[in-house]
Design a protein around this ligand. Sequence first.
Ligand code: PXL
Length: 282
Amino acid sequence: MTTPRVAAIHDMSGFGRCSLTVAIPILSAMGVQCCPLPTAFLSTHTGGFEGFTFLDMTDEMPKVADHWASLGLSFQAIYSGFLGSERQIGIVADFIRRFRRPDTVVVIDPVMGDHGRVYQTYTPAMCAGTARLAELADVITPNLTEAALLLDRSYDALPEDEAGLLEITRQLSLGGRRSVVLTGASAAPDLTGAACFDAATSRAQMIQTRRVPREFHGTGDVFASVLTGALVGGAALPAAVEQAVEFVRLCGERTAAQDLPMREGVDFEPLLGRLTAGREVV
Ligand code: PXL
Protein backbone atom coordinates (compact mmCIF):
# COMPACT_ATOMS: atom_id res chain seq x y z
CA MET A 1 0.00 0.00 0.00
CA THR A 2 1.33 3.45 -0.84
CA THR A 3 1.79 5.92 1.99
CA PRO A 4 -0.97 8.56 1.88
CA ARG A 5 0.09 12.17 1.47
CA VAL A 6 -1.33 15.28 3.12
CA ALA A 7 -0.72 18.95 2.26
CA ALA A 8 -0.64 20.72 5.63
CA ILE A 9 -1.25 24.48 5.40
CA HIS A 10 -0.48 25.96 8.82
CA ASP A 11 2.03 28.22 10.52
CA MET A 12 5.30 26.97 11.97
CA SER A 13 5.70 28.27 15.51
CA GLY A 14 9.13 27.41 16.85
CA PHE A 15 8.07 27.07 20.48
CA GLY A 16 4.74 26.22 22.06
CA ARG A 17 3.61 23.02 20.31
CA CYS A 18 0.90 23.91 17.82
CA SER A 19 0.16 23.85 14.10
CA LEU A 20 3.02 22.31 12.06
CA THR A 21 5.14 21.28 15.05
CA VAL A 22 2.16 19.13 16.04
CA ALA A 23 0.79 18.15 12.61
CA ILE A 24 4.07 16.83 11.16
CA PRO A 25 4.95 14.38 13.97
CA ILE A 26 1.36 13.21 14.45
CA LEU A 27 0.72 12.54 10.77
CA SER A 28 4.12 10.85 10.42
CA ALA A 29 3.40 8.63 13.44
CA MET A 30 0.11 7.66 11.79
CA GLY A 31 1.89 6.54 8.64
CA VAL A 32 0.99 9.60 6.58
CA GLN A 33 3.44 11.71 4.59
CA CYS A 34 3.01 15.33 5.67
CA CYS A 35 3.97 18.02 3.12
CA PRO A 36 4.03 21.37 4.95
CA LEU A 37 3.00 24.58 3.22
CA PRO A 38 3.85 27.12 5.94
CA THR A 39 1.65 30.21 6.21
CA ALA A 40 4.00 32.05 8.59
CA PHE A 41 7.03 31.42 10.75
CA LEU A 42 6.74 32.63 14.34
CA SER A 43 9.15 32.35 17.25
CA THR A 44 6.21 31.16 19.41
CA HIS A 45 2.46 30.95 18.96
CA THR A 46 0.42 34.03 19.85
CA GLY A 47 -1.45 32.62 22.86
CA GLY A 48 0.27 33.67 26.06
CA PHE A 49 3.54 35.06 24.68
CA GLU A 50 4.49 38.70 24.16
CA GLY A 51 7.02 39.93 21.60
CA PHE A 52 6.80 36.95 19.24
CA THR A 53 8.34 37.27 15.76
CA PHE A 54 6.07 36.82 12.72
CA LEU A 55 7.37 36.17 9.20
CA ASP A 56 4.46 36.23 6.74
CA MET A 57 4.86 33.58 4.02
CA THR A 58 2.00 34.78 1.81
CA ASP A 59 4.21 35.60 -1.21
CA GLU A 60 5.91 32.21 -1.04
CA MET A 61 2.74 30.11 -1.00
CA PRO A 62 1.61 30.40 -4.66
CA LYS A 63 5.18 29.61 -5.77
CA VAL A 64 5.14 26.41 -3.71
CA ALA A 65 1.75 25.47 -5.18
CA ASP A 66 3.05 26.10 -8.73
CA HIS A 67 6.09 23.92 -8.13
CA TRP A 68 4.02 21.12 -6.60
CA ALA A 69 1.62 21.31 -9.57
CA SER A 70 4.56 21.11 -11.99
CA LEU A 71 5.62 17.90 -10.24
CA GLY A 72 2.11 16.49 -10.67
CA LEU A 73 1.71 15.95 -6.92
CA SER A 74 -1.64 14.84 -5.55
CA PHE A 75 -2.83 14.63 -1.97
CA GLN A 76 -5.24 12.33 -0.13
CA ALA A 77 -5.99 15.24 2.18
CA ILE A 78 -5.60 18.98 2.22
CA TYR A 79 -5.53 20.13 5.82
CA SER A 80 -5.46 23.85 6.69
CA GLY A 81 -5.37 25.79 9.93
CA PHE A 82 -3.84 29.06 11.20
CA LEU A 83 -3.41 31.58 8.38
CA GLY A 84 -0.98 34.49 8.35
CA SER A 85 -2.82 37.13 6.27
CA GLU A 86 -6.13 37.95 4.65
CA ARG A 87 -4.65 37.34 1.18
CA GLN A 88 -3.85 33.75 2.16
CA ILE A 89 -7.54 32.91 2.22
CA GLY A 90 -7.77 33.24 -1.58
CA ILE A 91 -4.45 31.41 -1.98
CA VAL A 92 -5.63 28.45 0.09
CA ALA A 93 -8.97 28.40 -1.78
CA ASP A 94 -7.06 28.30 -5.09
CA PHE A 95 -4.84 25.54 -3.73
CA ILE A 96 -7.90 23.45 -2.83
CA ARG A 97 -9.54 23.98 -6.24
CA ARG A 98 -6.32 23.08 -8.00
CA PHE A 99 -5.27 20.00 -6.04
CA ARG A 100 -8.60 18.49 -5.01
CA ARG A 101 -9.25 15.05 -6.58
CA PRO A 102 -12.40 12.94 -6.15
CA ASP A 103 -10.74 11.01 -3.29
CA THR A 104 -9.21 14.05 -1.55
CA VAL A 105 -10.60 14.92 1.86
CA VAL A 106 -10.43 18.64 2.62
CA VAL A 107 -10.17 19.30 6.36
CA ILE A 108 -10.35 22.96 7.31
CA ASP A 109 -9.73 23.93 10.90
CA PRO A 110 -11.27 27.43 10.93
CA VAL A 111 -8.70 28.70 13.44
CA MET A 112 -9.78 32.13 14.72
CA GLY A 113 -9.89 32.06 18.50
CA ASP A 114 -10.54 30.20 21.73
CA HIS A 115 -12.27 30.68 25.08
CA GLY A 116 -14.54 33.34 23.59
CA ARG A 117 -11.65 35.49 22.34
CA VAL A 118 -10.28 36.05 18.83
CA TYR A 119 -6.51 35.44 18.42
CA GLN A 120 -4.27 38.56 18.38
CA THR A 121 -3.41 38.36 14.66
CA TYR A 122 -6.93 37.58 13.35
CA THR A 123 -8.69 40.68 11.94
CA PRO A 124 -12.47 40.80 11.33
CA ALA A 125 -11.74 40.51 7.58
CA MET A 126 -9.69 37.34 8.20
CA CYS A 127 -12.52 35.86 10.25
CA ALA A 128 -15.03 36.60 7.46
CA GLY A 129 -12.62 35.09 4.92
CA THR A 130 -12.08 32.00 7.07
CA ALA A 131 -15.84 31.39 7.03
CA ARG A 132 -15.88 31.66 3.22
CA LEU A 133 -12.87 29.35 2.90
CA ALA A 134 -14.51 26.79 5.17
CA GLU A 135 -17.33 26.44 2.64
CA LEU A 136 -14.87 24.43 0.52
CA ALA A 137 -14.30 21.87 3.28
CA ASP A 138 -15.47 18.28 3.54
CA VAL A 139 -14.85 18.48 7.28
CA ILE A 140 -14.52 21.51 9.58
CA THR A 141 -13.24 21.35 13.16
CA PRO A 142 -14.29 24.56 14.96
CA ASN A 143 -14.16 24.99 18.71
CA LEU A 144 -17.10 26.77 20.35
CA THR A 145 -15.55 30.22 19.89
CA GLU A 146 -15.08 29.56 16.17
CA ALA A 147 -18.58 28.07 15.85
CA ALA A 148 -20.01 31.31 17.29
CA LEU A 149 -17.97 33.35 14.78
CA LEU A 150 -19.02 31.12 11.84
CA LEU A 151 -22.69 31.39 12.84
CA ASP A 152 -22.42 35.09 13.72
CA ARG A 153 -23.80 34.38 17.18
CA SER A 154 -22.69 35.48 20.62
CA TYR A 155 -20.29 33.00 22.26
CA ASP A 156 -21.89 33.55 25.65
CA ALA A 157 -25.34 32.69 24.32
CA LEU A 158 -24.38 29.35 22.73
CA PRO A 159 -26.32 26.39 24.14
CA GLU A 160 -24.46 24.09 26.53
CA ASP A 161 -26.75 21.06 26.50
CA GLU A 162 -26.32 18.06 24.25
CA ALA A 163 -29.33 18.78 22.02
CA GLY A 164 -28.19 22.38 21.53
CA LEU A 165 -24.60 21.35 20.69
CA LEU A 166 -25.81 18.78 18.15
CA GLU A 167 -28.07 21.43 16.62
CA ILE A 168 -25.02 23.71 16.17
CA THR A 169 -23.27 20.98 14.18
CA ARG A 170 -26.33 20.70 11.91
CA GLN A 171 -26.47 24.47 11.47
CA LEU A 172 -22.80 24.47 10.45
CA SER A 173 -23.21 21.61 7.94
CA LEU A 174 -24.37 23.79 5.01
CA GLY A 175 -27.56 21.82 4.64
CA GLY A 176 -25.84 18.50 5.31
CA ARG A 177 -23.11 18.93 2.66
CA ARG A 178 -20.12 19.14 4.99
CA SER A 179 -19.16 17.23 8.11
CA VAL A 180 -18.72 19.22 11.31
CA VAL A 181 -16.66 18.30 14.35
CA LEU A 182 -17.31 20.78 17.14
CA THR A 183 -14.41 20.45 19.59
CA GLY A 184 -14.51 21.13 23.30
CA ALA A 185 -18.19 20.12 23.38
CA SER A 186 -19.23 18.67 26.70
CA ALA A 187 -22.39 16.68 27.48
CA ALA A 188 -21.81 16.61 31.27
CA PRO A 189 -19.48 18.40 33.72
CA ASP A 190 -17.03 15.49 34.02
CA LEU A 191 -16.99 14.73 30.28
CA THR A 192 -15.65 16.49 27.20
CA GLY A 193 -14.93 15.73 23.58
CA ALA A 194 -16.75 16.60 20.40
CA ALA A 195 -20.19 16.97 18.92
CA CYS A 196 -20.15 15.82 15.34
CA PHE A 197 -22.33 15.77 12.25
CA ASP A 198 -21.33 13.20 9.63
CA ALA A 199 -22.33 14.30 6.11
CA ALA A 200 -21.95 10.67 4.90
CA THR A 201 -24.77 9.45 7.16
CA SER A 202 -26.54 12.74 8.16
CA ARG A 203 -26.14 11.58 11.75
CA ALA A 204 -25.22 13.93 14.62
CA GLN A 205 -23.73 12.48 17.82
CA MET A 206 -21.64 13.31 20.86
CA ILE A 207 -18.30 11.55 21.30
CA GLN A 208 -17.10 12.00 24.85
CA THR A 209 -14.34 11.03 27.22
CA ARG A 210 -13.31 11.91 30.80
CA ARG A 211 -12.57 15.63 31.18
CA VAL A 212 -9.11 16.64 32.36
CA PRO A 213 -9.97 19.66 34.54
CA ARG A 214 -7.49 22.12 33.02
CA GLU A 215 -7.10 24.20 29.86
CA PHE A 216 -4.30 23.48 27.39
CA HIS A 217 -2.94 25.32 24.38
CA GLY A 218 -2.75 23.62 20.97
CA THR A 219 -5.15 20.77 21.70
CA GLY A 220 -7.27 21.85 18.71
CA ASP A 221 -4.25 21.23 16.48
CA VAL A 222 -3.50 17.87 18.09
CA PHE A 223 -7.15 16.91 17.67
CA ALA A 224 -7.49 17.97 14.02
CA SER A 225 -4.16 16.33 13.10
CA VAL A 226 -5.18 12.95 14.56
CA LEU A 227 -8.59 13.30 12.91
CA THR A 228 -7.01 14.01 9.52
CA GLY A 229 -4.59 11.09 9.87
CA ALA A 230 -7.43 8.74 10.77
CA LEU A 231 -9.62 9.94 7.89
CA VAL A 232 -6.89 9.43 5.30
CA GLY A 233 -6.32 6.02 6.85
CA GLY A 234 -9.89 5.18 5.86
CA ALA A 235 -11.73 5.63 9.18
CA ALA A 236 -15.36 6.77 9.15
CA LEU A 237 -15.88 10.17 10.79
CA PRO A 238 -17.14 8.92 14.20
CA ALA A 239 -14.21 6.50 14.56
CA ALA A 240 -11.74 9.22 13.55
CA VAL A 241 -13.29 11.61 16.09
CA GLU A 242 -13.10 8.94 18.79
CA GLN A 243 -9.40 8.40 18.15
CA ALA A 244 -8.74 12.15 18.29
CA VAL A 245 -10.79 12.60 21.48
CA GLU A 246 -8.94 9.77 23.25
CA PHE A 247 -5.50 10.94 22.14
CA VAL A 248 -6.15 14.50 23.32
CA ARG A 249 -7.33 13.15 26.69
CA LEU A 250 -4.12 11.12 27.08
CA CYS A 251 -2.07 14.22 26.23
CA GLY A 252 -4.06 16.30 28.71
CA GLU A 253 -3.63 13.77 31.51
CA ARG A 254 0.15 13.60 30.97
CA THR A 255 0.50 17.36 30.79
CA ALA A 256 -1.68 17.99 33.85
CA ALA A 257 0.29 15.41 35.87
CA GLN A 258 3.48 17.39 35.15
CA ASP A 259 1.77 20.73 35.74
CA LEU A 260 3.36 22.26 32.63
CA PRO A 261 2.62 25.93 31.82
CA MET A 262 -0.42 26.20 29.55
CA ARG A 263 1.42 28.10 26.84
CA GLU A 264 3.87 25.22 26.26
CA GLY A 265 1.11 23.07 24.79
CA VAL A 266 0.55 19.40 25.57
CA ASP A 267 3.35 16.90 26.17
CA PHE A 268 2.37 14.68 23.25
CA GLU A 269 5.75 13.44 22.05
CA PRO A 270 6.08 10.48 24.46
CA LEU A 271 2.59 9.38 23.38
CA LEU A 272 3.21 9.24 19.63
CA GLY A 273 3.73 5.48 19.85
CA ARG A 274 0.01 5.14 20.66
CA LEU A 275 -0.73 6.47 17.18
CA THR A 276 1.77 4.15 15.53
CA ALA A 277 0.71 0.99 17.40
CA GLY A 278 -0.72 -1.58 15.02
CA ARG A 279 0.59 0.22 11.94
CA GLU A 280 4.18 -1.06 12.04
CA VAL A 281 5.36 -2.65 8.81
CA VAL A 282 8.52 -4.67 8.20
O1 PXL B 1 -3.38 26.58 18.04
C1 PXL B 1 -3.82 27.54 17.17
C2 PXL B 1 -2.71 28.47 16.81
C3 PXL B 1 -1.91 28.18 15.73
N1 PXL B 1 -0.90 28.98 15.37
C4 PXL B 1 -0.62 30.11 16.05
C5 PXL B 1 -1.38 30.46 17.15
C6 PXL B 1 -2.46 29.62 17.54
C7 PXL B 1 -3.25 30.00 18.70
O2 PXL B 1 -2.98 30.88 19.45
O3 PXL B 1 -1.09 31.57 17.82
C8 PXL B 1 0.52 30.97 15.64
